[in-house]
Design a protein around this ligand. Structure first.
Ligand SMILES: NC(=O)c1ccc[n+]([C@@H]2O[C@H](COP(=O)([O-])OP(=O)(O)OC[C@H]3O[C@@H](n4cnc5c(N)ncnc54)[C@H](OP(=O)(O)O)[C@@H]3O)[C@@H](O)[C@H]2O)c1
Length: 265
């Protein structure tokens, strides 16, 4: 079994990825600014933005899963400033530091977690994330890129921001967001399947109009809101990050995820 360095192990995806990897018998080291609670993994203090601790974290590592990101939108919800700029210190500079160190230490596989439809989105965060992905694709370290559709937690967070409105005008664009546990399972398989390059993207099992996801969210929370379906063109949908993929489908659907949360969103 290989020694795997995970970045972003304290994040939403990372918290599901760690048990998926340790459960498959891998030795896991997490590069993190602050050590967390998992006792089944090794913690390596480090900061991607500054490059601190990266060389030490990579010692003896065969595979890197790079799942760290700095998405202000995911952290605190959408604000006007997010339409104009997004920090690149982690996704571009951090990816550059990590790749350079991975080249020096002879890492045999670098797995990059990406997002479906980045090339079509006009959001500054998407451009930053795409710049990071391009560095990976140009790297001399054998790499894989695995893109996912938006995660359920992010969808819940976005819809939660609409709670104060009595009417929700929302696009009918087809979408299939995904559960982080399904993405984690896929990444864990990618460590040992011997493949490289751009992998099939992963999305959730249900593809529906985005407005229907909002209806299910509203009903699960017992809210009385009018969802107003808004047909928009495909190009505009992609620009807004409303994406779908049928390349690989996860198992857990939105309704089940909402039930598990038990109205906590
Ligand atoms: N969210 C989505 O809908 C979505 C969809 C498709 C793909 N993805 C991709 O999936 C991956 C995980 O996303 P997520 O939503 O789970 O992210 P997240 O919850 O925002 O977690 C981000 C992670 O990055 C770490 N990080 C941030 N700055 C760092 C730094 N300077 N040095 C080291 N680590 C740092 C964070 O550590 P701290 O705990 O210290 O902050 C955290 O562990 C990302 O690559 C993202 O682009 C996300």
């Amino acid at each position: 079994m290989s020694k795997i360095l995970v970045t972003g192990g304290t994040g939403h995806l990372g918290r599901d990825l760690v048990p998926a990897l340790t459960g498959a018998g891998h030795a896991v080291r997490l590069l993190a600014r602050k050590a967390g609670q998992h006792s089944s993994v090794e913690w390596a203090p480090g900061n991607l933005a500054t490059g601190d601790g990266i060389d030490e974290a990579l010692r003896g590592v065969d595979t890197v899963i790079h799942a760290a990101t700095l998405s202000p939108i995911a952290r605190r919800g959408m604000r006007l400033v997010d339409f104009f700029s997004s920090p690149s210190s982690v996704d571009v500079d951090g990816t550059r530091h990590l790749l350079a160190a991975a080249e020096r230490s002879g890492v045999s596989h670098f797995i990059f977690v990406s997002i479906v439809g980045l090339e079509f989105s006009t959001l500054p965060y998407s451009r930053v994330k795409l710049a990071g992905e391009r560095l990976v694709r140009k790297s001399s370290v054998p790499w894989s890129v695995i893109a996912a559709t938006p995660f359920y937690y992010l969808l819940a967070q976005m819809l939660g921001g609409l709670k104060w409105l009595p009417v929700w005008p929302l696009p009918t664009s087809p979408s299939n967001p995904v559960d982080t546990r399904d993405v984690a399972k896929y990444l864990a398989e990618a460590v040992t399947d011997g493949k490289c390059g751009v992998r099939p993207a992963i999305g959730g099992p249900d593809t529906m109009p985005f407005s229907d996801f909002a209806r299910q969210y509203r009903d699960a929370l017992g809210l009385r809101r009018l969802v107003l379906p808004l047909p928009i063109g495909r190009k505009m949908s992609l620009k807004m990050g409303l994406v779908e993929t049928a390349e690989r489908l996860g198992e857990r659907n939105w309704k089940a995820w909402l039930c598990e949360q038990g109205g906590r969103q």
